[in-house]
Design a protein around this ligand. Structure first.
Ligand SMILES: Nc1ncnc2c1ncn2[C@@H]1O[C@H](COP(=O)(O)OP(=O)(O)OP(=O)(O)O)[C@@H](O)[C@H]1O
Length: 267
């Protein structure tokens, strides 16, 4: 499998009134095409900075970011993004919000084709019937579903998600995890997910990348061998000894990243 995202020896420091704040330190990682990478690490270690670099929203001080064999030097249209608080335009309907990236990336696409594409995704995430509502008429979970549709409507090379489920209650979050798997089964994409939730990282990730404390570097990579084999992952798999062992390993790595002695694992 070829690597779709390649981050090679990236170092970055923010300029602050108190001097440079080193955030990334010689960070190297790669995500093969079609894979889902979950990124975890201590709070403030530089995870969001990493997503901005991949999207081309900022340039690293040193090192290189490559996407699909091209060096990233400016914002990329071929990247879809979803955040914790989806920014939806209230004067547009849900359908019009989902269509928005197509208006920018595919201006020659006909209106009926745009609508058909958006409706296909809205149906897939269980939002058919809500396409004419305004964002404020939907629950937080529904808005996040619509935001995921908007992030992939233009078939981006890579979907970057920064804590997209962080503000949702536990049950809604689990529903969204399953929706994410359903979306990937329908149209595979390469994804980078920033999360603080280790269960989420294991349920969704093909690999879980643990970043060290700031300035972040790649401390550990877990290849997820999710119980149940190929096919849609079942939530029940999270309660198996295999998953418990993976979660214990990740928990230990996070403690190391936080500069703490790993404590006993709780199963
Ligand atoms: N534009 C900026 N200018 C100066 N400092 C910044 C800027 N953006 C982020 N920082 C600082 O850089 C560090 C890393 O920020 P970043 O948001 O990448 O971390 P994070 O791992 O995503 O954090 P969290 O886990 O809390 O979401 C933080 O200390 C933050 O305060």
């Amino acid at each position: 499998m070829t690597d779709l995202i390649e981050i090679k020896g990236v170092t970055h420091a923010y300029k602050t009134p108190n001097g440079p704040l080193p955030v990334l330190d010689n960070l190297t990682l790669s995500v093969p095409e079609g894979e889902f990478a979950a990124v975890v690490g201590p709070s403030g270690c530089g995870k969001s900075t990493l997503t901005r670099l991949v999207a081309g929203l900022m340039k690293p001080d040193t090192g290189e970011v490559w996407l699909h064999g091209e060096r990233v030097k400016s914002p990329r249209k071929t990247v879809g993004m979803a955040f914790q608080n989806p920014v939806m335009l209230e004067w547009r309907t849900i359908l019009q919000n989902v269509i928005l990236p197509l208006e920018i990336v595919a201006p020659s696409m006909s209106q009926p084709d745009r609508k058909a594409r958006a409706m296909e995704l809205l149906q897939l995430v269980g939002l058919d019937g809500f396409q004419d509502k305004r964002p404020s008429e939907l629950s937080g979970g529904m808005r996040q579903r619509a935001s995921l549709c908007r992030a992939i409507v233009h078939k981006p090379d890579v979907l970057i998600m920064d804590e997209p489920f962080g503000a949702l209650d536990a049950f809604t979050r689990e529903d969204l995890w399953q929706t994410m798997h359903a979306l990937r089964a329908k149209e595979p994409f390469t994804a980078v997910l920033i999360t603080h939730d280790l269960r989420e990282s294991v349920y969704l990730g093909d690999q879980v990348i643990v970043l060290s404390g700031r300035p972040a570097t790649t401390q550990f990579v877990l290849d997820v061998d999710y119980p149940g084999g190929a096919g849609l992952r079942q939530l029940e798999g999270l309660y198996t000894p295999e998953c418990a062992a993976m979660l214990a390993t990740l928990r230990e790595q996070i403690q190391i990243a936080q500069g703490r002695q790993p404590g006993p694992a709780v199963h």
